[in-house]
Write a protein of this length. Sequence first.
Length: 140
Amino acid sequence: MLQNCGYSTNTVYCHLKTCLGPTFRSDYIAYHANIDLSRLGPRPNRVPDRIEFLLIGEFLRSRDAILMITGNKELLEGTPWLKESIRMRNRYIDPLNLIQVELLRRSRNCPDASEEQIEELRHLTRLTIKGLAAGMRTSG
């Protein structure tokens, strides 16, 4: 479609990146996504596996489109310092994600828990959220 207008996809991408600057960082956003961790999270029983399959497929197609448009072989290829920063950060963030998944699982699967236990799970979950937010804020 872009070729019909006389512009290559790479030209449009470069123009958008120049005009919008850091706000147009689709490769940055896609690099942050972690499909493996997202599959561990608790899902309400009403969400069928086929929806998860569709979401993962859409993510993979979007990633492939970003790579095609940017002409890169991998995400964040043009900003290795940012890629390394995120990789280093994930060493600390991923365990917090796993703890959060387990806390959410426990809070949903403990119908006999006392009010005190439920409040403790909520408190710990809030702490993981704050830790993840702080880690992401300071490292890209």
